[in-house]
Design a protein around this ligand. Sequence first.
Ligand SMILES: O=C(O)CCC(=O)C(=O)O
Length: 265
Amino acid sequence: MQLTDGQMAAFERDGYLFLPELFSPEEIAVLMGDMPRIWGMHRPEVLRADDGEVRACLAMERYSEPFRRLLSHPRLLEPALQILDGPVYAHQYKVIPKEPFGKLDFPWHQDFASWHAHDGMPAPQAMNFALFMDEVTEFNGPICFIPGSHRDGRMAAEAEPLPGATPLLTLSPEDVSCLAGTNGIVAPKGPSGSGVFFHGCLAHASAPNISPWTRHIVYLTCNRVDNAITRPTRPDYYANRDFTPLELLGDDCLLELARETDAAE
Ligand SMILES: O=C(O)CCC(=O)C(=O)O
């Protein structure tokens, strides 16, 4: 799937591109179908806070066939190749679950600040793709962006501890006030299957889920192979050391898996 010139220009201007209903309900069902099994796993890639709430699961391609296929899906990978203009590998791949009435939130930050400080990523030639597993509304802790904030590059940041995860390099209230005062704040919302591409320097944050509905989002961070990390300080499921370029699968790779599973039952 190729982005149009207008979509590329919007990404460059705003630092993000929202594509409602990029994946079908059937495709999302294939991924969601594996979530209960993953949630029940006790392995280092499944992170829990002290109260037992799952904070994230990472590197799902190691233990989930649906998620292994999603990683190389052309609707994610082709736009990433186009935006980053070169071969890419998966630097980080995770699901962030927000449970009904859950406490999980994220202060304002730029992801590249953490990739640079914790992993030694040389330049912001990496980007994120977020895929909504559930409908995202104003009530269930949507991810919020300051449009255009990526254009200021990496800003000063403080390491803030996060329960059950590595410290996050966060932005100061003064810098956020200044950026938001100029550009405002947006929160892309839409049905499950919607996707957002966003720049590694885009300022973003999210509030807790105050609704009775889940809000699970899959994030893939693609990094250009010639921008591979140089000084990783955290486990490889946070900062992949395998810089092999991702290879495209077919557009029907998730539906094909559903068909294979149905035939085997
Ligand atoms: O899923 C969210 O609400 C935000 C996640 C986030 O900001 C991150 O992983 O950097």
